[in-house]
Design a protein around this ligand. Structure first.
Ligand SMILES: Cc1cc2nc3c(=O)[nH]c(=O)nc-3n(C[C@H](O)[C@H](O)[C@H](O)COP(=O)(O)OP(=O)(O)OC[C@H]3O[C@@H](n4cnc5c(N)ncnc54)[C@H](O)[C@@H]3O)c2cc1C
Length: 503
């Protein structure tokens, strides 16, 4: 492996979603910061986020109630201190976005519109552009970050490995499409987002969500936790045609009174949970899978036809427009939906300052496991987590006296042998088949054991090899993450939150 150039900065952030951008904006402006990102700014989970951001800002709400709801969704496995930080600092985080001019939707009296989603007992979700909250927020953050003299961007650059020195992270190894570059820094912040592509197209996550950030951190010695907790969104649009991801029908549609019906037109959620369609996501997802299995159908239906087209087109312009392009007028037709992978609840374990178990390596956003979600994420708490813990990371880095190293003590090992094996596309296909079969909504011991064995043989052929292309590194990332999910799912014998074992 030949490194063509070594660069120096204070802070290197990997990822340009909400976590990466907000962390950068929260840094002391005297610190030089480089944001490395795989594609452009418009390809991330953040960009796609529809529903909104949760915070206790309504008059009848309080952080204590937000805390209670979050703990209930987390099924007893949340880190209470992390949740307290999230809910207490939530209103301030929203206020900071308002002050940055994020165009949140307003009521006629000029106050923020606040709505409710599954698992919340109060109206608590602010949104922008109707159902384009992530895109509208990222656009503002990106514009501000580009204007900051201390923030620099490295788009279309790919994190390959995390460099270490004396047991601490000291930079990253990046490939920009033509050559490897080392970037040395006082702190590395991993904001590489979700891992949905482990499940192939059965995910709401975009093509960049391949998990090699987590794989790189694991190789560098950081620890992941709670990887068995994969949140499946109950209502992705079902289409018989494959795309590289599934289109999300936001929970907010159920928040506005949408009801779920099976093939016979029966409203099944009302029989299953007091909160019916607004029950926690894992309960709704399992109920849908059981209806699909019972009826032998690939989907159930979401009925929102009690609303007018005008209301739906204003409240949910993205969803209404997308469905209409596929010939579904959601004010007249029921929407075919099925559960798909949506959110990685676990990730790189961090402390309250977002630092991982590898000193100098921070993780924020979906790549992190701060402990706020426990066994399951409460809707719209994830973008809030990006903001609250992004700022905490930035403050901690600002207060740190760690010096920038001159060089890494060792470069990542590739034993010199070139990888000879199935093409990356074939590996992706195999990993996705295993993940969907064995690490889906409902899991069994035999499947977990079999799936793990198959993943380990894929990894055996790839690990420590010289991988020729970005696609190979992504395939390795997918297989590594799939292995972590299967192993963690096998280790946790009881069903809890988003992890359900039928045996
Ligand atoms: C369809 C959809 C709807 C959602 N709706 C909501 C919602 O309403 N409310 C809510 O709170 N949450 C929602 N979520 C979840 C939320 O959007 C994410 O959890 C959150 O935005 C994650 O932000 P992030 O910055 O951690 O990661 P992302 O926004 O995914 O950003 C990851 C970044 O890392 C980069 N990257 C990845 N790997 C590499 C690499 N190897 N090298 C360089 N760069 C890399 C990517 O290019 C990208 O820029 C939704 C998610 C989806 C998919």
């Amino acid at each position: 492996m030949v490194i063509s150039e070594t660069m120096y900065t204070d802070v290197v952030i990997v990822g340009s979603g909400m976590a990466g951008l907000y962390t950068a904006m929260s840094l002391d402006e005297r610190l030089q910061c480089l944001i490395i990102t795989k594609e452009g700014l418009d390809l991330s989970n953040s960009w796609l986020a529809q529903g909104g951001i949760a915070a206790a800002i309504a008059k009848d709400d309080h952080p204590e109630i937000h805390l209670e709801d979050t703990l209930v969704a987390g099924a007893g496995l949340c880190d209470a201190d992390a949740v307290r930080a999230l809910v207490d600092e939530g209103p301030e985080a929203i206020a900071s976005l308002v002050s940055m001019q994020v165009p949140f939707d307003l009521r006629e009296d000029g106050e923020l519109q606040i709505t409710r989603e599954g698992g919340h007992t109060r109206d608590r979700i602010v949104h922008a552009g109707g159902d384009a909250t992530g895109r509208e927020t990222v656009k503002v953050l990106a514009t501000l970050a580009v204007g900051r003299p201390n923030i620099h961007f490295f788009p279309h650059s790919f994190l390959v490995d995390i460099l270490t020195n004396d047991g601490q992270a000291c930079g990253v190894l990046v490939h920009d499409g033509s050559a490897f570059q080392a970037v040395l820094a006082r702190a590395v912040v991993l904001c590489t987002g979700g891992i949905g592509q482990v499940y192939g197209h059965h995910t709401t996550n975009p093509s960049v969500s391949t998990g090699e950030g987590l794989a790189a951190a694991l190789r560098a010695g950081a620890a992941v936790r709670d990887m068995e907790f994969i949140q499946f969104h109950p209502t992705a649009l079902y289409t018989p045609h494959e795309a590289n991801r599934a289109f999300l029908i936001s929970e907010a549609v159920r928040g506005e009174g949408g009801v779920l019906k099976n093939a016979a037109g029966h409203r099944f959620m009302a029989d299953q949970h007091p909160m019916a369609e607004l029950a926690p996501r894992d309960i709704v997802a399992r109920a849908i899978v059981r209806e699909m299995q019972k009826d032998g159908k690939p989907c159930v239906f979401l009925d929102v036809t009690h609303h007018s087209y005008e209301f739906l087109a204003t409240r949910f312009p993205t969803i209404t427009g997308h469905c209409l392009r596929l010939g579904i007028d959601i004010s007249r037709n029921m929407i075919p939906v099925c559960p798909v992978q949506h959110y990685l609840v676990g990730g790189l374990g961090t402390d309250l300052n977002a630092e991982t178990t590898l000193p100098g390596l921070y993780a924020c956003g979906e790549a992190a496991s701060t402990g706020v979600h426990g066994a399951n994420r409460l809707a719209s708490n994830s973008m809030l987590e990006c903001l609250v813990f992004g700022r905490r990371a930035a403050r901690h880095i600002g207060g740190s006296t760690r010096l920038r190293p001159d060089r890494p003590s060792s470069l990542p090992v590739a034993d010199g042998l070139y990888y000879h094996g199935p093409e990356p596309e074939e590996i992706r296909r195999r990993v996705a088949a295993i993940a969907n079969r064995d690490a889906g909504v409902i899991r069994h011991t035999a499947g977990l054991v079999a799936g793990l064995g198959q993943i380990q043989s894929i990894l055996g052929a790839m690990e420590h090899k010289n991988l020729p292309t970005k696609a190979h590194w992504e395939a390795l990332g997918l297989a590594t993450v799939a292995g972590e999910i299967l192993q963690a799912a096998l280790n946790r014998r009881e069903s809890v939150g988003a992890h359900f074992r039928e045996d």
